[in-house]
Design a protein around this ligand. Structure first.
Ligand code: HEC
Length: 87
């Protein structure tokens, strides 16, 4: 019986942990590109204006900064879609 309780508690903790990380992932997914841009691109340098580069240059920069900023595919897609829509 004790072992059963232990397993039930461990299971509960694991479930809560998984749902928390899912919530965080959903929170990021719900953020707009412009918000992710404001939050991420100022961590290391001033955010260059979208107008500073053309679409082709931004695509190259995307590959470069996705790695530098350790962005997920979704984050970088949203950020650079926003930038290309605003230049
Ligand atoms: C972890 C730090 C870091 C973050 C976060 C970061 N950058 Fe950079 N960025 C750099 C560094 C360092 C350079 C200088 C070039 C190099 O050595 O990589 C740079 C250079 C650039 C340049 C100059 C062109 C180039 O490719 O070198 C642009 C434009 C740029 N970053 C845009 C962005 C955007 C947009 C974001 C947000 C998605 C971003 N950066 C996030 C570190 C960062």
């Amino acid at each position: 019986m004790k072992a059963f309780k232990f397993i039930a508690i461990v299971g509960l903790i694991a479930t809560v942990g998984i749902s928390c990380s899912t919530e965080r992932a959903t929170a990021v997914q719900n953020k707009a590109g412009v918000q992710l841009w404001g939050e991420n691109c100022v961590r290391c340098h001033n955010t260059p204006s979208p107008a500073s580069f053309n679409d082709a240059d931004w695509s190259t920069i995307e590959m470069h900064m996705k790695v530098r900023a350790n962005l997920t595919a979704t984050e970088s897609q949203k950020i650079f879609e926003f930038i290309r829509s605003a230049n």
